[in-house]
Design a protein around this ligand. Sequence first.
Ligand SMILES: [Zn+2]
Length: 129
Amino acid sequence: MSERPTVEEYLKNIQERMFKAYKCVDCGMIIAPPSGSCYGCGSSNMDWAKVSGNGKLISFTVIHIAPDEFAEEAPYYVAIVELEEGTRISARLLGFDPLKPQEVKIGIPLKLDYEKGKSGKTYLAFKPA
Ligand SMILES: [Zn+2]
């Protein structure tokens, strides 16, 4: 855990379904997606942090016009999720009918999952906990 975290490693961890966030060594703030400096104190002194994968739904939208990688899956949800460790990330939201957004409630508990795109790349996703 003494290696300085890099964006490359962050993405590689996701490919291996082992999502980890950054943690500011100076103030303890958990940071994801990766940032060169801490949102809390401005430090660039980062380490890795394991995260629980538990979070809650902050906001979402329905994607109808998708990039190639997900074109065949549209429409689908993209959500902003607040992890219980405090940071907010955007990711796919699974487990709901994209044609019934009125059934998706803000604040519901979510659990980390993963999802593959057309290219075979793995992405972060969340589903109801
Ligand atoms: Zn900090």
